[in-house]
Ligand binder design. Structure first.
Ligand SMILES: N[C@@H](CCOP(=O)(O)O)C(=O)O
Length: 488
């Protein structure tokens, strides 16, 4: 499989690259992204053959379909990282919460968020590629709370790799912050910025595209890549769990092979939703992908009205901080897929120059063939948490946003997969409050919910509160480049 660029080719880069080239150097022409030239297709024979497959075997079969240039031994070793998830036999449990609704729990990895699903194996693959090429890499990450910890975890102590992780100071939950600032690995630097996630991600994208920054890194014999979903190496793993969840429904006779389902995806940077979209295009029977957001509802505006307008919005802090995003990266890959490189470049240029773009009615209709969207306020989310806790299921505030989309957007009575992107333990004060108790500190909230609702707190979360703070750098956006160069 080869990869092409969402905004077309500027002549300075190859017109097509391999998977390993796309993940080692994810910045494409005109600030665009790499996308597969052609997606493989999944017929029912393939799906039938994998209804009982172990998650790792499904991954291997999918990688074969994508025909990527990664050595089999390296892929196998990367996938072995799923053995460290809560249940190696079932790394992504599917939990029935309604007669027709199932929660796919994507957070059973080391940092308790869905990012581990991709970043655990991806980190191994990227480090191995760097090592084999005898090259040193700086991996940048911008986070609104989940990508940061998962990136630090996957690359910690990796030979040939250093990590610079940018987070918005005050813009994550306390557990998310502690997961990052207590990181001990010497090859990793965590940098808080005065600003929000969009500022952090814009800085990352600017540095990825900056020839002068890359030249300075080369003086230290270092190349630049990224751990965010701008990197297609993340996306390929985010296609697989959608297929797996569907096959789990078939395996449990909840749907028959070929029967369509809805997906409900809590969305910020849109990587998870894009994975579902690619799975649908490849042939997975998905009726529609229902996007759920918090009040930073730019994706709802795009999908319901065809407007992506940053000029009338400012980022608001919510109790689902991982979705506190207005500049959502992966929408661009869907635009490319639907409208081609010229139109995508025009829309992205409009966004950069005018702060907005508007789709034509025909384009909106094309988008709505695959997506619908709704958003949920913090208060509505808390009510959802409380009502499901009464039925014995504790969910985090991001997952909770999905229930409104599940209730409001389905036009057919089809089985529905809701993606749970983080464990409640990352957001215990909000969950505790939703359940009627105001805790003074995060640790008290964790203990209270755990005791009253009989849910465990994993050691990697509870021990965070005893670890020393290693990273206390908080800087202005303008100082990011200098701070990173000091670390290299
Ligand atoms: N929600 C993310 C933001 C970055 O998203 P990514 O999928 O591009 O890594 C976070 O929690 O950090």
């Amino acid at each position: 499989m080869t990869f092409i660029e969402t905004r077309g080719n500027d002549g300075s880069k190859p017109s097509e690259v391999t998977f390993s080239q796309a993940i080692l150097s994810p910045s494409a022409s005109f600030g665009g992204l790499y996308v597969p030239k052609k997606l493989p297709s999944l017929d029912f024979d393939f799906l039938d053959a994998h209804t009982q497959s172990h998650y790792k075997d499904l991954c291997k079969a999918l990688f074969e379909k994508f025909d990527v240039d990664i050595d089999e031994a390296d892929l196998n070793a990367a996938l072995d990282r799923y053995d460290a998830f809560d249940d190696p036999e079932d790394p992504v449990p599917l939990v029935k919460i309604e007669e027709d609704a199932f929660v796919s729990e994507l957070w059973h990895g080391p940092t308790r968020a869905f990012k581990d699903m991709a970043l655990q194996p991806f980190g191994y693959i990227l480090s191995k590629l760097a090592e084999k090429r005898g090259e040193k890499y700086l991996i940048m990450a911008a986070t609104s709370g989940d990508t940061g910890p998962a990136t630090l975890e996957t690359f910690k102590d990796a030979p040939s790799v250093k990590v610079a992780c940018l987070y918005p100071d005050g813009g994550t939950s306390d557990v998310q912050r502690l997961q990052m600032v207590t990181e001990e690995a010497k090859n990793e630097k965590v940098i808080g910025i005065h600003g929000n996630f969009d500022d952090a991600q814009t800085a990352l994208k600017n540095l990825l595209a900056s020839e002068s920054f890359k030249a300075k890194l080369r003086e230290s014999h270092t190349q630049l890549s990224a751990a965010n979903s701008v990197n297609f190496g993340r996306i390929i793993f985010q296609v697989i769990y959608h297929i797996h969840s569907y096959l789990q429904l078939v395996n449990r006779s909840e749907v028959s092979m070929g029967e369509a389902v809805y997906l409900v995806v809590p969305s910020g940077n849109f990587g998870n939703a894009l994975g579902g979209y690619y799975a649908k295009k490849m042939g997975l029977p998905i009726e529609k992908i229902l996007i759920s957001s918090n009040i930073n509802n730019i994706l709802t505006d795009l999908i319901t009205k065809g407007e992506y307008d940053l000029t009338c919005k400012s980022l608001v802090q919510t109790t689902s901080p991982a979705m506190d995003i207005l500049k959502s990266s992966n929408v661009e890959r869907v635009l490319f897929d639907k409208f081609g490189p010229e139109r995508t470049k025009q829309l992205m240029d409009d966004l950069n120059e005018k702060g907005k773009y508007i789709l034509s009615p025909e384009e909106l209709e094309m988008l709505r063939e695959d997506f619908d969207a709704d958003f949920c306020s913090d208060e509505e989310g808390k009510a959802v948490i409380a009502s499901y806790a009464k039925k014995g299921y504790i969910m985090d505030p991001h997952t909770a946003t999905c229930l409104k989309a599940y209730e409001n957007l389905r036009r057919k009575s089809l089985k529905t997969i809701i993606y749970s992107t983080a464990e409640w333990t990352k957001f215990s004060p909000t969950v505790c409050e939703a359940l009627g108790h105001k805790a003074k500190r995060d640790l008290d909230a964790l203990q209270w919910v755990s005791e009253h609702y009989n849910v465990p707190v994993p050691k990697m979360i509870s021990e965070l509160f005893e670890k020393p703070i290693i990273h206390d750098t908080v800087i202005d956006k303008e100082q990011i480049e200098e701070e990173i160069l000091k670390f290299i």
